[in-house]
Write a protein that binds this ligand. Structure first.
Ligand SMILES: Nc1ncnc2c1ncn2[C@@H]1O[C@H](COP(=O)(O)OP(=O)(O)OP(=O)(O)O)[C@@H](O)[C@H]1O
Length: 592
């Protein structure tokens, strides 16, 4: 056994033995609660830490799980396992519905909405006659497995911790796969994820539903552990506490959920015992002290405590390329001479401002076309019209003869147009390899929105191997083969721009749109980039490039389109453009 496996193995053995040893009942109970809370916090790691969506309402989903099984087992005498199935189904349906409605909101509206439905569900539990209002339901039967009743805290301990560890594994598997990367991409801003083919609304709903299901599982276990339920543990204050646990533990880290749950549960327990002795039992001081401690802790560890643990026990570094795998399928490529992109009288108005004024141009197969013009000329807006980020006010954009004017970004990339961004949009904490693999999102074996269960159960290893192999291949192609396992954020800006090109190449494009790829690059890096783009052209790739660096575009492009104040003022070969009076005028006295 390797040395770094010793501590986890020892903890596991200790965990297994604890209930068999003369451990006080109180401790077992505390550990059970930690497990129950950790399940909810795990969901928040996915939702808040990974997907970047804040929810204060998770306690309500715990309530749904608890009340479903309590009601069905008490009223109809159904088995707790049927109660679990019903609870999960109810949670799935309600989370999907709530998610579909509220996840469209952004900024502070989403957390506010989670507070709203958290409170609503709490009052629903407390006001329903069938759930015995605020008195709740008691006498809930224990869970039995193969005829063995988990009636004591010691016996249900094993089930609780089995569910916690299985959920940790499931979440780990999910994040280490194509659908997981899609959820991770949400944090990089919806525009980038959509440009890689991710249906961001769907990815958000998936994260939301999964986190709700974990909360429901916790509620089910809670009901059969406590054997009684009432609305109070499912209120807003518990929703806030769950979020605290995830944040204190380290909201971006799976194991942080367990750490946070353990820390807060023990801390609360200690304070509840200690403070009345120190300050008298007349006031509710523990909440105040608890709050102050939380604020202090977050000052020193804004990313939670798990990163500290990681520093002491660093994970093994990954090395070497991913193993060989079957290549991904590729789409048909345009024949020489084919018109790849036709922009026809494209127009974009922002209120009274005409940002793009009936601009037309074409890009042929294997051609590099530059789109240049002074600041504010409308280049980026034109780019956004072609990539589906902005809708056209009038005109048309056709790709290989098909109008793409009304398609969303993810449909456009599916057809074969991939892009990079003016401001680099990588996920800095994710490895270069995985960032690039995100580009192959639409080329997996499962449906672009599916494959979630397969990921959780780790049945998608062949797909994953093929995607990573393709990502590594593209990184080698652009000359970054030695940086596969490095965090993308640690690379120099120039290299990050090249990673974006590798990611775009992973989309299997026939047309590459590059938004200021040379910005911030040193001379040598620019030369290397020009070499790479020439190589891509030689391979038949069409490239449309927006760039301010005149030397760069003049030496690289086959043709230039010049814009000023939203209008196309010139088009032609670079040598002709350099002498064009209208262009010289636009650049106020010459080309820089
Ligand atoms: N979302 C928007 N709402 C309103 N006006 C906008 C919007 N986006 C761009 N504009 C305006 O449209 C015009 C063209 O902007 P655009 O960013 O396309 O120019 P650009 O040529 O890319 O400039 P730069 O080289 O500085 O990036 C500018 O006047 C800009 O202020």
């Amino acid at each position: 056994m390797k040395r770094r496996h010793l501590l986890p193995a020892a903890l596991l053995v200790l965990g297994l033995l604890l209930p068999l040893l003369p451990t006080p009942e109180y401790w077992i109970s505390l550990l059970n609660y930690i497990g129950l809370y950790a399940l909810v916090a795990l969901g928040l790691v996915l939702l808040t830490g990974v997907a970047g969506l804040t929810s204060f309402g998770q306690a309500a989903f715990v309530g749904l799980g608890a009340y479903s099984t309590a009601y069905l087992s008490l009223t109809y005498g159904l088995s707790p396992w049927l109660g679990l199935a019903a609870g999960l189904a109810l949670t799935l349906a309600s989370a999907w519905l709530i998610g579909a409605v509220t996840l469209r909101m952004s900024g502070h509206y989403l957390p506010l909405a989670t507070i709203a439905w958290g409170i609503s569900l709490y009052f629903l539990f407390g006001n329903l006659e069938m759930l015995n209002k605020y008195d709740g339901l008691s006498g809930i039967p224990p869970i039995s497995i193969a005829g063995f009743e988990l009636a004591s805290g010691r016996s249900i301990y094993y089930l609780i911790w089995f569910v916690v560890l299985a959920s940790v594994l499931a979440l780990h598997n999910l994040l280490d796969s194509r659908p997981g990367r899609a959820i991770r991409a949400l944090k990089g801003g919806g525009m980038m994820a959509e440009a890689m083919g991710v249906d961001t609304r769907h990815a958000k709903v998936v994260a939301f539903v999964m986190s709700a299901l974990l909360a429901c599982l916790s509620g089910w276990l809670y009901a059969h552990f406590q054997r009684t339920v009432n609305p109070s543990p499912f209120g807003l204050n518990y929703g806030i506490e769950y979020l605290f646990m995830a944040v204190i533990g380290g909201v971006g880290h799976i194991w942080g959920a367990l750490l946070g749950a353990a820390l807060l549960t023990v801390l609360k327990d200690v304070l509840q015992g200690l403070l009345p002795r120190l300050l008298g039992s007349s006031g509710n001081y523990e909440l105040i002290v608890f709050g102050a401690l939380m604020v202090a802790l977050l000052q020193y560890a804004p990313n939670g405590l798990w990163p500290w643990v990681r520093r002491v026990f660093p994970p093994p570094a990954r090395r070497g390329p991913p193993p060989e795998a079957e290549p991904l399928r590729t789409g048909g490529k345009p024949a020489a001479g084919e018109k790849v992109l036709e922009v026809k009288a494209a127009r974009k108005q922002f209120g009274g401002l005409v940002a793009v004024n009936d601009v037309s141009f074409e890009v042929g197969a294997g051609e590099i076309v530059g789109l240049i013009g002074p600041n504010g000329a409308g280049k980026s807006t034109t780019f956004n019209l072609v990539t589906g980020v902005l809708p056209l006010s009038a005109g048309d954009v056709r790709y290989r003869g098909e109008s793409i004017a009304r398609l969303p970004s993810r449909e456009i990339v599916l057809r074969g147009i991939a892009r990079t961004f003016q401001h680099v949009q990588l996920l800095p904490a994710m490895s270069v390899l995985e960032n690039v693999a995100l580009g192959a999102h639409l080329r997996g074996e499962y449906h672009p929105r599916g494959g979630i269960l397969a990921s959780v159960l780790r049945l998608n290893r062949r797909e994953e191997a093929r995607l990573l192999h393709e990502a590594a291949r593209q990184l080698h192609r652009v000359g970054l083969g030695e940086f596969l396992h490095v965090e993308a954020g640690s690379l120099a800006l120039g290299q990050q721009r090249i990673v974006e090109i590798a990611r775009a190449l992973c989309c299997d494009p026939a047309l590459l749109l590059l938004d200021e790829p040379a910005a911030g690059l040193r001379l040598q890096e620019k030369q290397a980039l020009a070499g790479l783009l020439r190589q891509l052209r030689a391979d038949g790739m069409s490239i449309l490039i927006v760039e301010h660096d005149m030397d760069f575009v003049m030496n690289l492009t086959d043709r230039l389109v010049v814009m000023e104040f939203g209008t196309r003022i010139a088009e032609g070969r670079p040598e002709a453009i350099q002498k064009d009076p209208a262009v010289l005028e636009a650049y106020l006295g010459g080309v820089d």
